[in-house]
Design a protein around this ligand. Structure first.
Ligand code: HEM
Length: 414
């Protein structure tokens, strides 16, 4: 740790007060996480009326104990009244036994053998997007990596998995962004809230139409699979299918988009690693793993307590909101050597917390790693130069999702 970080972390010049809603914290939360792990591993956060939890072992234990730490409030906490299918909780917001039944169905689409079948298509999609960029901006110049590549790529992959028309991917992306921005609804005025409500409705209307169309013309896409599959002799209801499709869209788009954007930022910040990976693309998976550890797309998730309990000696009453800070667990000094150092050669001895742990462990973890690897291979093969035009980063205005809001890059084709 540098002397500045040491001081920031409360070592020399007093304490940093972690408040996830503070713009400084949203911009650079990591020094605050150091302070939390060291001095206040369970902290009451008045602005969010929740307990933040910062250490790896505490987070690991609570995520594996779904009886005490329920997921039931995840979606309501995240989206509030902007949930596109409020009648039916998606599986990320369910507890056993209902959660397991839905997960068994969805899991079929995400096993490695299925995902590997998409690999060639991911290369094609990434190449088509690069073709579009070159057609629009020429053989060299500048473009916005966040909006013109990373935003469009995962939404196209997920749209294909679900079996929805890819022509509408740009609209999809806007809806997903708007619906997810409901996490910050407390800070928004009526105009922005009306805009979010409109996107919520459009997303729902779109999937209702798609459901009705698919019921009449079943295909080999995932929505058709959801429509036909039976759980314990019962088919999923229309709302269950809508809720599942929308969860996959929301879960699968912004996360991988942000992983790709943050990867380019971290490579730019660590030029020695950038040079190595440009010369040797087989290092891409190691780079992605280190970005997932060091600066992960999902910083925080949500639980609530079903009984009175205790974490790290702090008594927590039943019915409390809990926010496990996954990004802090990934830098826990007791699990990772020199955790504040970006090191693609590190030996990782414990699972990263980036995709969660326990029964809700991310269904898309294998898909997103595969997608991101294909995308970077294409980007580094097609461009001889691609780097952010500035070292200044405009991070998303979110304590929950981490990634660049915009990322202007200069580029040259090979
Ligand atoms: C880098 C990319 C991704 C990250 C960092 C990420 C992160 C996460 C995390 C932290 C959870 C756990 C939530 C909890 O425990 O409450 C989760 C769950 C989930 N993710 Fe992802 N995710 C990514 C990509 C994807 C993709 C590509 C998809 C699908 C297309 C997806 C679908 C899901 C689903 C369906 C769940 C809920 C699983 C359950 O409740 O059993 N994710 N993800």
């Amino acid at each position: 740790m540098t002397a500045i970080m040491e001081a920031n972390a409360g070592g020399a010049s007093g304490k940093l007060d972690y408040d996830p809603l503070n713009p400084d914290v949203k911009h650079e939360p990591y020094p605050y996480y150091v302070e939390l792990r060291r001095n206040e591993p369970v902290k009451w956060l008045p602005g969010l009326q929740a307990y933040g939890v910062a250490r790896y072992d505490d987070i690991d234990a609570l995520l594996k104990d779904g009886r005490t730490f329920s997921s039931g409030q995840f979606w309501p906490a995240l989206l509030g009244e902007y949930d596109p299918v409020p009648e039916e909780a998606p599986m990320i917001s369910m507890d056993p036994p209902g959660h397991m039944q839905l997960r068994r169905i969805a899991n079929k689409a995400f096993v490695p053998s299925k995902v590997n079948g998409l690999r060639d298509r991911t290369y094609e999609i990434a190449n088509l997007l690069v073709d579009d960029i070159i057609a629009k901006h020429g053989p060299e110049g500048e473009f916005d990596f966040a909006w013109e590549f990373t935003a469009l790529y995962p939404v196209t992959v997920v749209a294909e998995v679900l079996g929805v028309p890819t022509e509408r991917r740009a609209e999809f992306k806007v809806w997903v962004d708007d619906v997810l921005s409901a996490a910050n609804r407390a800070a928004y005025g009526p105009e922005k809230l009306a805009h979010i409500a409109a996107s919520t409705k459009k997303m729902r209307d779109f999937f209702e139409d798609l459901y009705d169309e698919r019921v009449k013309n079943l295909g080999d896409d995932l929505i058709s699979t959801f429509i036909t599959t039976e759980v314990d002799g019962q088919k999923l209801t229309r709302n269950q299918v809508l809720s599942m499709a929308i969860l996959l869209l929301i879960g699968g788009v912004e996360t991988t988009t942000n992983l790709l954007g943050t990867t380019l930022i971290e490579l730019n910040r660590h030029r020695d690693v950038f040079d190595r990976v440009l010369a040797d693309h087989s290092l891409i998976p190691a780079v992605l793993e280190e970005v997932l550890r060091y600066n992960p797309p999902v910083q925080i998730i949500f639980r609530h307590t079903t009984i009175d309990t205790e974490i790290a000696g702090v008594k927590i009453p039943a019915g409390s909101a809990i926010m496990p800070i996954l990004a802090s667990a990934n830098r826990d000094e007791s699990k990772f050597d020199n955790p504040e150092v970006f090191d693609i050669d590190r030996k990782i001895e414990v699972p990263l917390m980036s995709f969660g742990q326990g029964p809700h462990f991310c269904l898309g973890n294998y898909l997103s790693r595969m997608e991101a690897k294909s995308a970077l291979e294409v980007i580094f093969s097609r461009f001889s130069l691609i780097e952010p035009v500035s070292d200044e980063v405009h991070w998303l205005d979110s304590y929950f999702a981490r990634g660049p809001h915009v990322l202007p890059v200069r580029y040259r084709v090979r």
